[in-house]
Every structure is written in C-alpha cells, then in structure tokens.
Design a protein around this ligand. Structure first.
Ligand code: URA
Length: 428
C-alpha cells in the first residue's frame, strides 16, 4: 500500500475532511519518530483547531496516540483491586491529584497516573512533582508498574516510551495557541488513560474564568466529546464539572502547591472548597469502580483514608519508591524551598473579594517562574495565602503573599495580585 503522506494529512484536515484511522495512525507514528517537523505538527494542530474533529476521528487519534508507546497490561500483577484514575482538563492551584491518588490507593484501588506539564496559564502535575528534590517522574514503564503494584499509586509524566505522541503534541500545542481545541484535549487526556489500562476514570472538567472552558455552556461540548471518545475507546469514564472561577487551593506555584498538598494529607489544613471537590471526584470514582455501593459509604471510606494517616503514608511511600526524600511528609521545609523574596500584598481598601482573575495569576507565575529558553520552572515562585471569593478583607490586610526570585520580579507579581483581585466597595 502507498505510504500516506503527512502533507496530504495536513491538507485533508485543512480542507475540513474527516481523517481515517490509518491517517491518524500514520500521524501519531510520525510525530513519535520525529520524521515530521515541528512546522508540520503545528500546521496539523492549527488545521484541527480551526476545522474541528468528529468524536470518531478524535477517538481514532486517541487510540493511535495511546499505541505510540508502551501500554499497561496488569494481567500478570494479580492486583487485588481495580485500576482507576482522575484527570483534570486544566486548572489553577489544582492539587487534587496529590490528594486523591493516595486516598484511592488507601481505599484499595490502584492509580497509575500519567500526567502532563503546564499548558498555557494552567499548572502541570509533572512540574509540581519536580519540586520534590530527587523525585523521578519519568521512570521506565516496568518500574512504573512495579511502584503502582506495590504502593498502590505512581504519579509520572509522558516520556519517549509512555504516550510519546502526546508528549510532543502537548508541547507544540502549548507553543501554537491550539490548546483549547476540544478533540485535541480529549485525545491528549484519553490517550494517556487508555495507555494506563484503567477500569474507571473520572474527569474533572474545569469551568470558569481560570479554565480553558469559561462557562458551563462552553463545557458541555467538551463533556460530550470526552464521554463519546472514552466510550469509543472502551473506557468507563464519568465527567464532573467543577468551578474554576478562582484557584482551587489558596496558592499558585509548583512548590507552594506541593506544600499545600502535604499540609492537606497531614491534616494541618484542609480548605473547604478543595476538600469538597476532592471528595466529590473520589466518591464518583469509588462507585464507578465498584469499591463502594453508595455515595455515603464512599465518602466515609475516603475520609477514613485521610484521618487514619493511610493516604499520607501511601504518598510518602510512593515518593520514596520514585527516589524522593524519605521524610518529605514530616519535614517539607527541609525539601521544598521557598522564594527568597517574600512580600505580602496589602488590600488598598476594605471590601469583599468579588473577583480573582486566575488567568492573570497563572500567566504571571508561569512567566516569572519559567527558566530562560526552557519549558522548566523555578518551583519556588508563586503566590501563597490567596484570598477567596466572598471573603471580607480590611484595608492593609494581605490579599496574598508573593514568593519571588528577586526584587523586580517580586514587584511585578505584587502588581499582578493587585490587579487580579477585585474588591467590592459596598459597605467598606
Ligand atoms: N490535560 C491533558 O493531559 N491534556 C490537555 O489537553 C488538557 C489537560
């Protein structure tokens, strides 16, 4: 059979045609072996962004991307529980993966989580994991599986072996303003989940000013795309909408978010919104995989996993199994460095917080933390102690504490918080 040309694939998509499964296979294979240039990858992505893709086309791309590398087979591991995962469509201050994965493991599930780096203004699980000194988010597939089988969870990133097509497409999407395409989001998320070999998946579809989908009506087509593609790929998948009108945790920045996750697991601080979303996703998943038969029982089980310290212990064991420090949970200060310049941002006047511009905050941290010429970040940079929507503040009270690398950068971040947080003046 004649070889399918990459230029023909780009032309077909540019002209709004539906790609065949063979074309998707060729595309994923050639993205993976680098026999197509970044220019061609970018042209394809822009064509897909502008022309769209049907559910069956996105499913064909998903399967092709999943098959671009190693795919998990849990048959020989004799696991005594289901393989499950959660994935978010992209948010800010979203630390749920670090909380829910160990809680699920403590409830008897196995969580083989393959995640990505930051996309546009949203945070990346892999970047946050890299704030842990020594932690290896890129193990060989065999080691990844062993850690999951032994500890109940492993949180890692795409590699040249695991979903390599997504690794490259993900990075080019981030550079070509093509992130928020529904079929590309679906193929990116679900290719990783197909490769994980799951029995149940819950997708946290973020909707709001800080998300790719700004309103619930924007979110519905993505939900339908995700559910349709998952079904076509044989994945048992539910999709929940959660609010992203403000960061989920009260901080933004890799190291600060990791500290917040550890504080949550240890029981030092569990903010209401974060806890609610975490339990909602966990409840859905424990019922979908058959560990729990009712929502009440699922919630109790998850809560017990936290209160007993079992979830914290699971997280610590996973960190050690992937070369991180043995005392991360007990001594986060020893391992997670803070920004050298810290500055509270005082409220200019008293009032009630009526807006937190997540995009502005996310882009500011992304730009300030990015290391020159690299897709890597200074994990110390960010905002902590961020106020919440509806909170009353008095004049001079901190709206957040900025963690910067130097004086000029810190000043810029202070200015960004002042612009991002708006206060109503009624009753002030
Ligand atoms: N998470 C992913 O893995 N891919 C996306 O495109 C968005 C969120």
């Amino acid at each position: 059979m004649a070889e399918i040309s990459i230029v023909d694939i780009i032309r077909s998509k540019r002209d709004g045609e539906t790609l065949t499964a063979e074309q998707c296979d060729t595309l994923a294979a050639r993205v993976t072996d680098h026999s197509v240039s970044d220019a061609q990858v970018g042209a394809f992505l822009m064509a897909a962004y502008c022309r769209g893709m049907s559910v069956s086309e996105s499913a064909a791309l998903t399967r092709a991307m999943a098959a671009s590398g190693w795919q998990a087979d849990w048959g020989s591991f004799d696991l005594d529980g289901p393989t499950v995962d959660k994935h978010s469509t992209g948010g800010l201050g979203d630390i749920i993966s670090f909380l829910l994965a160990p809680m699920l493991a403590a409830c008897g599930a196995y969580v083989p989580m393959i995640s990505g780096r930051s996309l546009e203004h949203t945070g990346g699980t892999v970047d946050k994991l890299e704030s842990i000194p020594g932690y290896n988010p890129f193990p060989e597939p065999a080691r990844f599986q062993q850690v999951v089988a032994r500890e109940g969870l492993a949180l890692v990133g795409q590699t040249a072996q695991m979903v390599p097509a997504d690794q490259r497409l993900y990075s080019v999407r981030d550079q070509t303003a093509t992130v928020s395409s529904l079929p590309l989001i679906a193929a990116s998320i679900l290719s990783k989940k197909v490769a994980e070999g799951l029995q149940a998946l819950v997708i946290d579809l973020k909707v709001g000013s800080g998300a790719f989908m700004r309103s619930p009506s924007d979110g519905e087509p993505l939900r339908d795309m995700l559910k349709g593609v998952a079904e076509a790929c044989g994945l048992n998948c539910s999709v929940l909408f959660t609010d992203m009108d403000q960061p989920l945790a009260c901080c933004v920045g890799d190291g600060l978010e990791m500290r917040e996750a550890l504080a949550y697991l240890r029981g030092d601080r569990r903010t209401d919104r974060l806890h609610r979303v975490n339990l909602q996703l966990g409840t859905e998943l424990l019922m979908a995989c058959g560990i729990s038969t009712s929502a009440d029982e699922a919630r109790e089980r998850l809560q017990r996993a936290l209160e007993s310290g079992a979830a914290a212990e699971r997280f610590q064991r996973m960190v050690v199994a992937l070369d991180g420090p043995t005392d991360l949970l007990d001594s986060p200060d020893r391992h997670l460095e803070l920004g050298p310049v810290q500055r509270p941002v005082p409220a200019q006047h008293a009032g009630r917080v009526n807006g937190v511009d997540g995009r502005l905050l996310g882009h500011a941290v992304h730009d300030a933390a990015r290391l020159p010429g690299q897709h890597r970040f200074d994990h110390r940079v960010g905002f902590a102690e961020l106020v919440e929507l509806g909170q009353d503040v008095v004049q001079g009270e901190p709206l957040a504490v900025v963690h910067g690398r130097d004086e000029p950068e810190t000043e810029q971040l202070v200015d960004c918080v002042t612009r991002a947080v708006t206060l109503s003046t009624e009753n002030s």
